[in-house]
Design a protein around this ligand. Structure first.
Ligand code: ATP
Ligand code: MG
Length: 290
């Protein structure tokens, strides 16, 4: 069975998206076993997050990128079920507002970073700025000086990849870890899910005709993902390319990535000093004396 390690890319060799399957082809009979493993991971997350929060020294940002209908929302819901909402900040990266567009492209991400001790959940992220912005050529219309735009598409995005790597190194060096997840959905599976959104009234709200316009640009998107993942995966901040055609397995693998990252933080409850412990004993005596 496929493991988290099979999905991790940290910059070793050159990155080819086609080396990463969209389905791990897990037998349906194994589903309940996977769900048990997932439940264990949720338990672990609860335990680790409690310590992370108590300690307050390291922040974690989980970011999920994918084509439409790859299961971002469901994955976020499942991961959330293992976290205390008090220590989690969820943020969705929509089309940038006027104010956001008037800033550098990393500004809104920086504004929505969790505090150390908290977990941030990014539904999409600043990677949109090297995905849709590249595929749709939006960068050419940005209000920026000539020196920032007067270059080839390749140069412009190579520069952005470098800026992202620098930003992510900066975060690492300032007490943050990232869990970068690409839910790798197959073209056929997306079609099935779109049809289900059209067929089932309870899913109609999730569908918009515009999603088909992005689907028409599938090869361009895959190319943009391949380049972005290839250029921004590092040992500190690897990408996880998760097969997304089977939702239950994708969710399990994402829970594996989250647990692995929280465990790497190795959080522990703060230890009280001798003096603080003596203070606690004094409080005990005071309560006993009431
Ligand atoms: P989702 O599709 O994530 O479930 P949604 O359907 O509720 O969300 P949309 O408005 O469709 O909401 O999704 C956000 C849209 O904004 C996406 O098409 C995304 O590519 C786009 N977007 C995000 N960031 C940027 C950006 N920096 N520049 C341009 N478009 C962006
Ligand atoms: Mg959408």
């Amino acid at each position: 069975m496929m493991k988290l390690d099979d999905c991790r890319y940290e910059g070793q060799g050159s990155f080819k998206l086609s080396d990463y399957p969209t389905s791990a082809k897990v037998d349906k009979a194994d589903r309940s076993h996977i769900e048990e493993l997932m439940a264990n991971n949720i338990e672990r997350m609860i335990e680790l997050q409690d310590k992370l929060y108590a300690q307050g020294t390291e922040g974690v940002v989980i970011m999920i990128q994918a084509m439409d209908a790859a299961g971002k929302d469901g994955t976020i819901k499942h991961v959330m079920s293992g976290l205390n909402p008090q220590g989690v900040k969820v943020y969705s990266f929509k089309q940038p507002s006027k104010e956001e567009l008037a800033h550098d492209f990393l500004w809104r991400a920086a504004c929505h970073l969790p505090q150390r001790g908290e977990i941030g959940l990014f539904n999409r992220s600043y990677y949109e700025d090297v995905l849709i912005v590249r595929v749709r050529g939006l960068w050419r219309g940005y209000a920026m000086p000539k020196r920032c735009l007067d270059m080839s598409e390749k140069d412009f995005f190579d520069q952005r990849y470098r800026q992202i790597v620098n930003f992510e190194d900066f975060l690492y060096e300032n007490g943050y870890r990232l869990v970068k997840v690409f839910l790798n959905l197959g073209l056929d599976e997306q079609k099935k899910r779109f049809l289900a959104r059209i067929d089932e009234p309870a899913k109609n709200w999730k569908f918009s005709a515009g999603d088909l316009d992005e689907r028409d640009l599938w090869p361009q998107y895959m190319d943009a993902f391949e380049q972005a993942i290839g250029a921004t995966s590092t040992k500190r901040n690897p990408w996880y390319v998760i097969p997304a055609d089977q939702k239950f397995f994708a969710r399990y693998l994402v829970s594996e990535a989250v647990v692995a990252t929280l465990a790497a933080c190795d959080p522990a409850y703060p230890q009280l000093s001798e003096e603080d412990l003596a203070g606690l004993e004094a409080c005990r005596a005071r309560l006993a004396g009431e």
